[in-house]
Each structure stands twice: as structure tokens, then as C-alpha cells.
Design a protein around this ligand. Sequence first.
Ligand code: ADP
Ligand code: MG
Length: 351
Amino acid sequence: MIEDKNQQRTDLGQLGEFGLIEHLTKHFDIKQSSTIKGIGDDAAVLDFKDKQVVVTTDLLVEGVHFDLAYMPLKHLGYKAVIVNLSDVYAMNAEATQITVSIALSNRFPLEAVEELYSGIEAAAKLYNVDVIGGDTTSSTKGLLISVTAMGVVNEEDVVYRNGAKPNDLLVVTGDLGGAYMGLQVLEREKEVFKVNPENQPDLDPYTYIIERQLKPEARKDIVKLLKDLDVKPTAMIDISDGLSSEIIHICKQSKVGCDLYENKIPLDPQFISTCEEFDIDGTTVALSGGEDYELLFTISQEDYPKIKANPNLTVIGYMTEESAGMHLVTRAETKIPLKAQGWNALNNDSE
Ligand code: ADP
Ligand code: MG
């Protein structure tokens, strides 16, 4: 439904590999003082002085992680950067550089790759990271994109997954589940489009959740906010797989338990109404949906006064002794064990 049939198509073969790299990368300028050499030599050169460096990478594969039927290439480029920056911020670090590697089949013309790169460029600009290199190759089928992100952090500021203590508060940013329900809406419209290509879907009631799916943001603002509030989380992780699996990661690595309160989980009104329309339980989606790219962290109770008035932050539970286990306290005030359900459980539930 997003494909434009009248687009110009320049065959990639016309440019050759080096021509393509030159064409794609000529706009990238250097903003970070830690970038000594960016694109153009055998390797980039970075100088982080006395800071610690964090490095993270993600690989996105067409047909597995994205579907170009409803994912515009510009958004894909943007999202490929965002998912990596989110991991950098989850270490309480500042993102500084990325590399971008792509594999393309011959069904992609130059104009398509330009679209992809316009999204990469937009994200790099907004988050103030330098694109310092990458690799370009062909694939027999489909598109692959891999981004590696680097960031810096003072040694004393790094936040790992393993520092949570019993009685710490469990805090989440933003709201949850939107990206998953946005995907459900897009999948539904794709099916409708297959049957009736003339049909113009009315997506107005879903703009927020579709944006959560197609154009997620990484919580750079939260790293700054925590610094400004003088709060150092005891543990932190980004929410890429769903709240329950991320909580379990923190609990297992920190050797603590937790009580998560169902009625505290922040949900957007548009998310709630869409769950009702699809007859899906909102809590289940928030727990297992994934791709929200919010931050989940624990703080000492002493820090509660510093965060309590902030609309970006919601306390959703607290940590307990490991022996107490990991639980969801439901609205009916029953305690049920927290499980890393993931997509499978969700798909079964909604059948
Ligand atoms: P090499 O043969 O050493 O791998 P390349 O010709 O692949 O070098 O790359 C030349 C320069 O362009 C390098 O700095 C590399 O990091 C950069 N580069 C290659 N492909 C990309 C890409 N898709 N995006 C950004 N930079 C790229
Ligand atoms: Mg190369």
C-alpha cells in the first residue's frame, strides 16, 4: 500500500559498489569530537580519552524483523538506528557513533537505498551520532541491515542489569504495548489491501500506535533527565522484547525477586481502545508485546522523591528477596508468577 509505482528506478549496477558507497555516504559529516576519522579509510579512528566505551549491534532481516509491505524504507533505516541507540542509553551512556552495513538484492533500485539512507541520516542527525563506516554487499534475496552503535560513559555512571537490590523501586518510562498493537493494525490493513487494493484505510484512530511501530524513538532524554535529577539507577535495561522478559532479565542478573503491579503499568488511551477493538488483553500485550524501546530501571527508595513528580516515569513495582520470586499482582490483587511469554503466548492468547 506504500509502494509508489511511478518511482524512478536506477539500477544499482550502473553505479557499482564504490559509486554506491560514495553516493550514500557523501552527506555524512562529523559532529563528535571523539571521531578522529570517519568514512573513507580502511577503518574509522576514535578517541574516547578516559571514558568507558559501550558497543552494541543489531541485525534486521527482511521477512523476519520487518515487512516492506507496510514498512517504508525511510522508517526502516530510522528504526534500525533507534533500536541500537536504545541499547546504548540503557547502559546510561551517550551515543556517539554508528556503523551501518547493508546487503541488497537486485530488486532494490538506487532510489530505494536512498530512502533507507534518508531515515538513517535523520536518526543520526536527531540523536547527534556520527555515521563512521559500514559495509555494502549483495544478497540473493531480500534486504539485511545491521547497525552497530558506540557510546561513552564515565566509569562511575555505567548502569548494568545486575545492580538491583531488594526494596528498590521498579520504574518504567513512557507507555507500553503500543508498538505491538500498531503492528496488529498494519497487518490487518495489509490483508484488507490484498483483497481490495482500492480500499483507502482510515488509520486516524491509530496514529500514535502505528508511529510507535514504524517510527520508534530511543530515550536519550531519560539519560539526561536522570543526570539532572541526580538519580543513578541501580539496574537498567531497554524494553525490546516486552516488559515481563526484561523484568526477568533484571531479576535473574541481580538475584532479586519482584512484585509488579498490573494497575500501575502505563498504557495509552489509544492502545487501550485498540486492544478492546481487537479483543486482546492490554496487560498481556504490555507484558509480552515488545518493541516499545522504553527504559526499565530500578532505583533506591531514597531517590523516590526526586522522580515521583515526573510524568515520563512510572513506578510499577518493587524488588524483593530472590526467594520471594517474581510476581504480577493483578487488579484483583491475586499474585501470579511472572513468565517470559513473548510473542508465542500472545499469538495463542489472541486466537
Ligand atoms: P573495505 O573494502 O575496506 O571494506 P569499503 O569499500 O567497503 O571498504 O568501504 C569504504 C568506506 O565506506 C569505509 O570507510 C566503510 O566503512 C564505508 N562504508 C561502506 N559501506 C558503507 C555503508 N553501507 N554505510 C556507511 N559507510 C559505508
Ligand atoms: Mg567493505
